[in-house]
Design a binder for this molecule. Sequence first.
Ligand code: OOG
Ligand code: NI
Length: 267
Amino acid sequence: MHTDINALFAALWQDYIQMTPSAAKVHELLGHGKPIINDHIALRTFNIAKVNLAVLAEHFTSLGYVACGDYKFEQKKLIAKHFEHPDATQPKVFISELLVEEFSSALQSTIQGLIAQVDEQATKADNFIYSGRHWTLDSKTYEALLEESEYAAWVAAFGYRANHFTVSINHLEGFDTLESVNDALKQAGFVLNTSGGEIKGSPEVLLEQSSTMADKIAVEFSDATVEIPSCFYEFALRYPKANGELYTGFVAASADKIFESTNAKKA
Ligand code: OOG
Ligand code: NI
């Protein structure tokens, strides 16, 4: 496990921009080369004991992160938790896990077969949460997973790494609204996730979010190299609660739509 939060996020970011060529361009467009404050990052996994949400969370709780919110996504058959650090300038962490037993026996045995290839020690290593795939996978199996669960297919193809980083619009100079951020992105040619509307959430639920559609990159499977959706960039604007402090939670109805950012069929 890492002992330095900044080193951990720097490593996650380096991996993320390899997977997401547009991220560095978005960063330049919004930040004009200045540092950007991240609202949160998100990680995905399966609820199998060796690699479940708790295993990923250890890499953050060992650095002082605390579990703060629980979320359930009935249709997608997954659950999530978010974690916060006592130092509010550190990014929040949103970790979800797929409820594998709720899927077909074919999907279950595919996923069990992938996770059987993971060395348990590797899950404790510093680099686990940006170590990618720990298994071999062919493109036919990827396609079969995609039919049943876009999320399962994504984790099978990409393994362990940040699914997205999220720009904190509250901390961003030159942009006060999510509309203005979205307009700048569209003008520069980026494609936004329109599932549930370009802006998910509202001032009433204290959080507005938008995201790009995931980049497509060439992924090497054991039988072929295929261009598939990788990772995306998210933008979040938080509103103050009655006590004046910014809301720090997530909104399940909005998150449900953010998940669609890796779904090529929704583009
Ligand atoms: C997570 C989607 C939810 C948010 O900010 O609501 C989310 C994912 O796509 O893995 O990140
Ligand atoms: Ni997010």
